[in-house]
Design a protein around this ligand. Structure first.
Ligand SMILES: NC(=O)c1ccc[n+]([C@@H]2O[C@H](COP(=O)([O-])OP(=O)(O)OC[C@H]3O[C@@H](n4cnc5c(N)ncnc54)[C@H](O)[C@@H]3O)[C@@H](O)[C@H]2O)c1
Length: 356
């Protein structure tokens, strides 16, 4: 089955998308960016200038002119909702970059459209496909950890004024969000996935310490309560001095401990279990070398999406997983504003209600 594919948004994360689509045999029909130069830069950077592909600066025109099975959306976060809704309403499958939206109202509308039109809808939370993440999940699923005590996430990265000055959308409530929404959301996604039960409440405090020219938080710290009794903690920051330190995820159970570390939680740093069979699983994962904090798992996201299209069911990391991660960030934001814990499920919050 040929999959007719287009990419909307050809900026920094686009080099992780286009080769992934080509690599799993999709037919790349069109590329779209409001800035036509971005398409040239993308193709040149990938040595794909000869690729025969249509180019558009208006995504609606592209959708009118092309017959597409799937669209990937990698525009600024604030524009995801409108574009996703348009594509889903036209019956085109969508893979959108994280965060899927900046409000739960938008996320719920997207999910409803995907259901109404029976269209596949996935969110690019690629770290779920990292070998190290899959191994932790496997150990959890076969009971290797026993009763969980807690899960903790620390995303400690460095982003300076030059980073935020790259684009006007960065570091705004309307189009981005802060360290928790932009940088920490992958770690929060993994915490929720590993936690293995509903989260019932979230409390958090945010601050902007070193980026006074931004509206948003550059550090956010909080706690979650899982319904099975385990707890979780998270810290997301862009305040490290001069370089990224780590993305660390620790899972502590009565029969085992796992710590994922490295720049984007791709390395297994601790793997200790009472059951020798679980202990031995460690050898299934080699040393993972990452060239950037984006990791290398976009290709796996695409392979999974292609498989989902072929079998006609939702991808592994579907819109609901995207909403779960978004809900967690927005609950942390709401908790900061209200200065009290927030109960989940959360129905009604978005970054437009935010202030520090
Ligand atoms: N999964 C990850 O690890 C990861 C990593 C980086 C970025 N992201 C996400 O990807 C998205 C893009 O980030 P980026 O760093 O590539 O941003 P970017 O600003 O470098 O690129 C966005 C591109 O979208 C284009 N664009 C904006 N509105 C458009 C529209 N209506 N139609 C067509 N093109 C449009 C811009 O001109 C720009 O070229 C963000 O949501 C970000 O959070 C995800």
């Amino acid at each position: 089955m040929s999959i007719r594919y287009a990419l909307i948004g050809c900026g920094r994360i686009a080099p992780n998308h286009l080769p992934s689509a080509l690599g799993c045999g999709m037919e790349v029909v069109a590329l779209c960016d409001i800035n036509p130069q971005a398409i040239d830069v993308l193709l040149e950077g990938l040595n794909l200038s000869e690729l025969h592909v249509k180019q558009y600066s208006d995504y609606q025109r592209m959708l009118d002119c092309e017959t597409l099975d799937m669209v990937a959306i990698a525009t600024d976060s604030g524009s995801h909702a409108g574009i996703v809704k348009e594509c889903l309403s036209r019956g085109i499958a969508v893979l959108v970059e994280k965060p899927m939206a900046l409000s739960l109202a938008d996320a719920d509308e997207m999910l409803a459209l995907s259901e109404k039109h029976n269209v596949l809808f996935g969110v690019c939370q690629q770290n779920r496909f990292n070998d190290a993440s899959l191994l932790v999940k496997k150990a959890l699923d076969c009971g290797g950890f026993g009763k969980l005590s807690h899960v903790s996430v620390q995303v400690r990265w460095w982003r300076d004024a030059d980073y935020y000055a790259q684009d006007s959308w960065r570091g705004t409530w309307e189009k981005d969000g802060g360290a928790l929404m932009n940088q920490c959301i992958h770690g929060l996604d993994l915490m929720r996935w590993f936690g293995g039960s509903e989260i019932t409440s979230v409390s958090a405090t945010l601050a902007n310490r070193y980026h006074p020219y931004l509206e948003v938080e550059d550090v956010g710290i909080g706690f979650v309560q899982f319904s099975h009794g385990a707890i979780g903690s998270f810290e997301g920051t862009t305040n490290l001095y001069k370089k990224n330190l780590e993305e660390r995820i620790t899972v502590i159970g009565e029969n085992g401990t796992a710590v994922l570390g490295g720049e984007c939680a791709q390395q297994i740093e601790v793997w200790e279990f009472s059951d020798p069979a679980i202990e031995a699983m460690r050898d299934e994962v080699g040393i993972s070398i990452q060239s950037s904090v984006y990791g290398t798992s976009h290709g796996r996201v695409y392979a999974d999406f292609k498989h989902a299209l072929q079998r006609g069911s939702q991808p592994t990391v579907d819109g609901r997983c995207g909403r779960d991660a978004l809900e967690l960030v927005l609950a942390a934001y709401k908790s900061h504003v209200q200065k009290m814990p927030v109960s989940l499920p959360l129905h009604d919050f978005g970054t437009s209600s935010m202030q520090l």
